[in-house]
Write a protein that binds this ligand. Structure first.
Ligand code: ATR
Length: 301
């Protein structure tokens, strides 16, 4: 059976009195690729569970976790704009989520609701899956928002030797550098575009290229790097990636980061290895079928 046939077969869901409930909260949420991806993953692994989108308002957050206890929700994802806002309502946080004060995955445990951030690990796993090593590497990263925070913390923990963070708003890059420096004092970190442009890996975490054909970094920087990663997945080929292709530089878009943050969440909830191929196929179908609406975030975070 090829993967298309497998996905088609798995689409016939059976639900009964013991079906467990998972989901994703956000606003807007109808664009989300996660319900299809996770429901297919549960089916593939023979887990009796479904995953639904929950459109909520900020004013509903204080009652949300009680409502989830009553309705038997076992775990859920958190997307824009609630990743930081959910934190005060949780009982426990993983070390990474505590450091970032941001959560994208929540599990119901015996001690209460525990929040995790799988964006950074998802990013690292997407690089590992592409055989991109990080130890001792020099990184140039564009952006200093929520995605940049999660990714830079994980990169620092993965052993990169030097990081340059550039951002439209300089103060935010400086604040992020300070946060990283306090957590990992040995890391060489800078927030000014260096004169010596030689870089191993260039990473875009900004939204530049998502709604237009702009490039977040100057050509001189790109010409001097070995690998380009754009965490935007829709469009799958941004201007930045088109330049990498033109100059024969290895490149990757954000689909695999999106995939692996979901893989990490699935594994946290179930304790089982996630069916990566089925999940990837589901995401590729969703991205290329154009099912993302104009309101959807198209960046992996
Ligand atoms: P996310 O959580 O997805 O990272 P975010 O926290 O809003 O989203 O961060 C968006 C990032 O894209 C920021 O680094 C932002 O730069 P500013 O800090 O200056 O706002 C960057 N960004 C967004 N639009 C941009 C643009 N037109 N040019 C340059 N950078 C842009």
């Amino acid at each position: 059976m090829n993967s298309d046939e497998r996905v088609a077969k798995l689409s016939c869901i059976s639900i009964n009195g013991e079906t467990a409930l998972y989901g994703v909260i956000g606003n807007p949420i109808k664009h989300s690729f996660s319900p299809r991806m996770h429901s297919l993953a549960f089916q593939e692994c023979g887990i009796n569970a479904v995953y639904l989108p929950f459109l909520i308002n900020e004013s509903q957050l204080p009652q949300l976790l009680n409502a989830f206890v009553i309705s038997g929700v076992q775990g859920f994802n958190v997307t824009i704009p609630f990743k930081e806002k959910i934190v005060p309502y949780l009982d426990l946080l993983s070390d990474e989520a505590a450091m970032l004060q941001s959560v994208n995955t929540v599990i119901r445990t015996d001690d209460g609701w525990k929040g995790y951030s799988t964006d950074g690990n998802g990013f690292i796993r997407s690089l590992q899956a592409a055989d991109i090593s990080l130890k001792g590497k020099r990184i140039l990263l564009a952006g200093a928002g929520g995605a940049a925070r999660a990714i830079t913390v994980s990169l620092a923990l993965a052993g990169v030797s030097e990081m340059v963070i550039v951002n439209r708003t300089q103060k935010k890059a400086d604040n992020l550098a300070e946060l990283l420096h306090s957590a990992i004092p040995n890391l060489h970190i800078n927030t000014i575009l260096p004169v010596d442009l030689q870089t191993d890996i260039v990473i875009n975490t900004t939204s530049v290229g998502m709604h237009n054909d702009d490039c977040p970094l100057p050509d001189e920087v790109l010409r001097h790097c070995n690998q380009v990663v754009d965490i935007i997945y829709n469009p799958p080929e941004t201007r930045l990636l088109k330049k990498a292709i033109e100059w024969s530089i290895s490149h990757m878009n954000g689909i695999d980061m999106l995939l692996y943050q979901g893989v990490e969440a699935f594994e946290l909830w179930t304790g089982q290895k996630a069916p990566v191929d089925t999940m990837r196929q589901s995401l590729i179908d969703s991205v290329y079928s154009g099912s993302a609406t104009n309101h959807s975030p198209k960046k992996s975070s």
